[in-house]
Design a protein around this ligand. Sequence first.
Ligand code: GLC
Length: 578
Amino acid sequence: MTTAEKIGQMAQAERGAIDADPAQITALGLGSVLSGGGSTPADNTPAGWADMVDRYQRAALATRLHIPLIYGVDSVHGHGNLVGATVFPHNIGMGATRDPALVRREEQITAIETRATGPQWVFAPCFCVARDDRWGRTYESFGEDPALVTAMTTAVDGFQGTRPGDLAGPGRVLATAKHFAGDGDTVYGTSTSGTYTIDQGVTVSSRARFARIDLPPYVAAVRAHHVGSIMPSFSSVDWTDDGVGNPVKMSAHAELLTGVLKKKIGFKGFLISDWAAIQQLPGTYADQVRASVNAGMDMFMEPYSTPQFTRTLAAEVAAGRVKISRIDDAVRRILTAKFELGLFEHPYTDRRNIGTIGSPAHRAVARQAVAESQVLLKNSGHALPLKPSAKIYVAGANADDIGNQSGGWTVTWQGQSGNVIPGTTILQGIRQRASDVTYSADASAPVSGQDTGIVVVGETPYAEGVGDVGNGHTLNLSGADKANIGKVCSAVKTCVVLDVAGRPQIVTDELAETDAFVASWLPGSEGAGVSDVLFGARPFTGRLPVSWPRSEAQEPVNVGDRDYAPLFPYGYGLTTRR
Ligand code: GLC
């Protein structure tokens, strides 16, 4: 391989940058292309995806060495970009299930549905340990306890399989443990891009505490599950050991990327930078590229800058500021993954599993996950389970909105309200089990004769820093949600409130008005799973993956804190198991 061919393998472009002219893949010898959140082919169908990926693959194979392309996508709760895919609860709900085997099954289904449409690599799972619920990515975390997140590293086995040769099969994909590390452990109110944000902030910690809170999932992902790639975080780490005041971005953190992850923990896969993350590093672009490569980064997600990236890295190598041995190490790691994926023998999409996408069998597993993820936090007078004969009044915009119940990373990056994907809403699930159901989103219809009320409160979709408290979001209930609770719960005998949100919301004052209160998280496409526990087809078994705060000001509040006094503690959850 020439140096230029090696450097090409280290470059990843966003499909939007090359779709109009895939020949750029050939010209630059690009190693990878990605779909960022919501970056879908015009024909957003399984065949449309597979045709797109294969078109790019043909361009990659037209190079001198015919090295196949690897295509990455954010299948973070199913192949969420694809309309018609099975969409699972976001990770915070999967953490509430306490069911690592179910998480493994979820990711195997996700791998089958993803690879059948072309992408052989997923930027998932997030092994973030979410310590402050004001973070917009809290829902991408399995929880606040590193031991819980570590237990869920079975997700990697679901994606990759566990036996030699599995990864080359049509139902497996390369996984990415992200975002290494401390992304969920940043200090609220730190800002990187000038806006008030906790996302992409600074983790202020001793090395010992960092090893106890933020590193354990990565040790397991590497040593127990052999994760094929890892994505360093946008965030920074500021060591209290060295006297704070020197935050270093993870994208150029040589001590953690090479010293700890590759040498001490023994990571043999490759590091993929986050979306143009190196451009947040200090100095010129050449400084940024050099610092990150020399710190141990192997592949660069430079969505719209791959020509500049390859030119700049070539100049740094020619000038001797990046050793060819570092380039060879990076390329060896990348090509090893491509060999293990079987891409040299079978570079084009194996479409045999396309018919299983969104199948009843896959949706049944997602429905089970929804049921197991529901956390029953209050159940006065055994209000739950409900009887099918109950006369039920349902209120709340999140009762009948599959977009809101799916959250971010669903068809679009930020997600959106409305009937965006096939599946069942929570209301449709209620109607499958009870015959006398009145629905009024804003509770404007008169409550007359109904003995039971179900009020569905919660959030509208967001992703990443957009969802940060302080960026237009709050943990407090909206005025409309508070009004709905007041109107309905004062008019019925039994009042049940469901919170469809990506994180705990402040319900301290409203709780007294309810007979039962359920954390429903972001269930995804199979809303009927909520009714399975509401009506007793399955018992409530879920347990809190994060502490539930009394007020927004109480954040961060985590199990193990001194003077720990949340509204509901980590691990809490009532059961209706007989
Ligand atoms: C985003 C996210 C990362 C994702 C990547 C590609 O900014 O930080 O989780 O995998 O870009 O979409």
